[in-house]
Design a binder for this molecule. Structure first.
Ligand code: AGP
Length: 458
């Protein structure tokens, strides 16, 4: 093992010791499930859930020697035994089973109301007018001196973080910069100690995000995590953090994790604002009402399926949005391309005239986010420009907006909500839209080609 370089998670057995398994990891995840008279190795605890909820997370340089009755762990770097206690994960067994759903993706989309509830449970307390984040209690003093936040993440988690940028800046008034973890790690930039870095990750095992955190290891900055997978590498390497509590996500396309991440980022924004913002009370109250609104969208999923069916044959798709819904457009495009293999681009609606409009014709539809906001009139103009080029448009609007039918044939409605909470409801709509297109194209929605659930290599 000392001769190996790079990242690995391996297990080996020899004919000389047929009752012993050796396992080791470096930068790639490896967990040991502790069952009834058995040990099971996996790269992700979700894979173990049907067998056991008791797991041991191995650290870098750990080597485990597992026999029929025993599991000893030695850390090669420290040259001594590693005493890892087995942890009991509180996953509900039902969460890893399909139940009556045909795919995990749709099952996980339907978990949106519960996801919002679980992320806010015991944290958003509108009656007491506070947001309580137990995971940040140990760093409360340091948080008071933070004047800049850098968020690092990949893929869907990156788009959730971009939504978080609007939330934290507008609600808490702290400047935020979101960076792709794969880019951040190669940049040289000035960092002051009053900067906090937040890693956002569903799996907690994404190699690029881990590398980004490692980069700032000796910078003396506060390292926080917004992680879904309990006990994962990122959860363990950060100083403090807030778990998403979304439960295991199994479809490769991230759905409920995005909902949970944006919900947690809203809570962090509220918490950092210390109540000193006009947004505090309305946002705190709205988070309580949001699960019911998410359910309303799911109850009309059939309308979205019917519209998706009309668009399944297109080769390209444009997603546009403004302000906090601009990152939603980016996420909508990612979702569509990963599950349906349709080329999709996300753009800030105001950018259309600066180039992308050239591509629009009757063969290039647009998914326009046109929900109630101070910028709605501007989005109408963008839609008109697209319609003038014969571009088909699907719009998402807020219930009660009848004017939109004068511009667009296909409209999907979401319930009235605050601008700051629209991304959560919009995400459900776009996830359903992508799902139904992929199913109509008879694709393997849960396991899109060329992709893995956790990207544990750089
Ligand atoms: C999302 O649908 C993707 N499959 C992917 O972009 C994912 O969000 C990304 O790899 C980051 O994963 P993480 O949240 O586990 O770090």
């Amino acid at each position: 093992l000392r001769d190996l370089t790079g990242a690995y998670a391996i297990s080996a057995i020899t004919t000389y010791e047929p009752h012993t398994i050796y396992a080791a990891r470096l930068s790639s995840p490896l967990v040991i499930g502790v069952g009834e008279a058995e040990y099971i190795l996996a790269s992700d605890p979700t894979a173990l859930m049907e067998h056991t909820k008791k797991v041991i997370f191995l650290d870098d340089y750990d080597v485990a020697t597992i026999t029929d009755t025993d599991c000893q762990i030695h850390n090669l770097k420290q040259g001594r035994p590693a005493n890892h206690e087995a942890e009991l994960l509180d996953y509900d067994n039902q969460q890893v089973l399909l139940g009556d759903f045909p795919h995990f993706m749709i099952k996980e989309i339907y978990e949106a109301p519960a996801t919002i509830r679980n992320a806010t449970l015991g944290r958003a307390l509108p009656k007491q007018n506070i947001v309580k984040l137990g995971g940040l209690e140990s760093v409360e003093q340091q948080l008071k001196y933070i004047d800049r936040i850098v968020i690092v993440a990949c893929g869907t988690s990156y788009y959730a973080s971009l939504v978080g940028e609007y939330l934290i800046e507008e609600v808490a008034g702290i400047p935020v910069e979101v960076q792709l973890a794969s880019e951040f790690k190669y940049r040289e930039e000035p960092f002051s100690r009053s900067t906090a870095i937040i890693a956002v990750s569903q799996s907690g095992e994404t190699a690029d995000t881990i590398a980004a955190l490692k980069k700032v290891e000796n910078f003396g900055v506060l390292r926080l995590g917004i992680v879904n997978a309990v006990g994962s590498t990122i959860a363990r390497m950060t100083d403090a953090g807030v778990y998403c509590h979304a439960g295991p996500e199994q479809a490769v396309a991230s759905t409920k994790a995005f909902i949970a991440q944006v919900t947690v980022l809203s809570l962090i924004a509220l918490h950092l604002s210390e109540g000193r913002t006009k947004h505090f009370k309305p946002l705190l109250n709205e988070l309580e009402d949001l699960p019911a609104k998410a359910q309303e969208i799911l109850d009309s999923a059939e309308d979205i399926r019917v519209i998706a069916e009309r668009y399944k044959h297109y080769r390209d798709f444009m997603f546009i949005g403004r302000h906090i819904n601009y990152p939603c457009a980016l996420e909508g495009a990612l979702k569509l391309k990963e599950v349906s293999y349709i080329h999709a681009e996300g753009y800030a609606a105001g950018e259309m005239k600066h180039g992308p409009l050239a591509m629009i014709d009757e063969s290039f539809p647009t998914f326009a986010i046109a929900t109630n906001s101070t910028l709605l009139e501007k989005t109408y103009s963008n839609i008109q420009e697209i319609r003038a080029r014969k571009g088909p448009v699907v719009a998402v609007a807020t219930k009660g907006n009848n004017h939109i039918h004068n511009l667009v044939g296909n409209v999907i409605y979401i319930p009235e909500t605050l601008e700051h909470t629209q991304p959560i409801l919009l995400a459900i709509v776009m996830q359903l839209f992508s799902y139904y297109i992929a199913v109509a194209r008879e694709l393997d929605v849960d396991k899109p080609r060329n992709l893995a659930k956790s990207v544990t290599v750089e």
